[in-house]
Design a binder for this molecule. Structure first.
Ligand SMILES: C[S@@+](CC[C@H](N)C(=O)[O-])C[C@H]1O[C@@H](n2cnc3c(N)ncnc32)[C@H](O)[C@@H]1O
Length: 263
């Protein structure tokens, strides 16, 4: 590990807004704050919103600035990335922000039933080869159901046509209520509404760009966004369709065709 990373890790141990529980730790020690984030950390009754795969935490911190009455928790396995957002939140005295360093595969060990209102998936890796690593797959949605309120909202913001198409089919197949969907969030019109006519709040939210988002925008890619509800009951199934691969990403397998099955 580089000296810079070691320094960041050492400094982060002192951050009161960072909780570090990679798999090796949580398998040994139960997480005491499960079910008690509001009471023990945030010291309020406000709703909790998660950003999963938060990277440097621009979205978590950006939303926390706009919504002081909502508690935001950024989750990522990479500590050197979380460091950036956590430090920023401390410098700005943002009391409604926390970061959790862990694997999202075990996210339901950290939150109790109904503890979370909404989840943001921001520029998640599309995982074109392994659907069970895709953060919007049934594998993960079933875990989210263990702590998300019934009909809690999942937001997906992505550059990836593959991930967006896959999630669209999954939402359709499982009849999950779709609240909003656009394939060009920053275009002149989204669903017939001119972006210039968005209300101030929507404009503020649209103004928050993540690190990866800026890179994709610079490369000229459309940013896609959808939000849907996740009811707690009912079996979820994977869509059985072929989806065109994102040609700007590597797909570590001999490409027999330019498509991959959703599974
Ligand atoms: C492409 S980056 C996007 C980061 C950030 N949301 C952004 O837009 O700049 C994906 C992030 O998700 C994290 N990630 C992916 N799968 C994960 C998992 N299973 N558990 C924890 N973190 C994960 C990675 O560490 C990485 O920081």
């Amino acid at each position: 590990m580089s000296k810079g990373k070691l320094q960041k890790f050492a400094e982060m141990e002192t951050f009161k807004n960072v909780f570090q529980y990679p798999y090796g730790v949580i398998s040994e020690v139960p997480f005491d704050m499960k079910g008690h984030w509001c009471e023990q950390y945030f010291k309020n009754d406000n709703p909790i919103v998660l950003e999963l795969g938060c990277g440097k935490g621009e979205y978590t911190v950006g939303l926390a600035r706009v919504y002081p009455n909502i508690n935001f928790i950024g989750v990522d396995i990479k500590g050197a990335r979380i460091y950036t957002g956590a430090k920023q939140a401390l410098e700005e005295n943002l009391e409604n922000v926390a970061f959790l360093r862990t694997s999202i595969e075990i996210i339901d060990r950290f939150f109790a039933q109904d503890e979370v209102q909404e989840i943001w998936l921001t520029f998640s890796d599309p995982q074109m080869k392994n659907f069970h690593k895709r953060l919007s797959s049934t594998f993960f949605l079933n875990r989210y159901r263990n702590f998300l309120i019934d009909k809690g909202i999942i937001h997906l913001k992505t550059d990836s046509n593959f991930l967006f198409t896959y999630t669209t089919y999954l939402v359709e197949k499982n009849k999950l209520p779709l609240l909003f969907r656009t394939e060009d969030l920053y275009g002149n019109e989204t669903n017939g509404v001119k972006s210039a006519d968005f209300d101030e709040r929507t404009k503020e939210i649209l103004g928050i760009h993540t690190y990866y988002e800026n890179q994709w925008i610079e490369r000229g890619l459309n940013i896609k966004y959808m939000k849907f509800e996740l009811p707690r009951l009912g079996d979820l199934c994977e869509p059985e369709i072929e989806i065109e691969l994102d040609d700007y990403r590597s797909f570590k397998r001999t490409k027999r065709s330019g498509k991959a099955t959703a599974k």
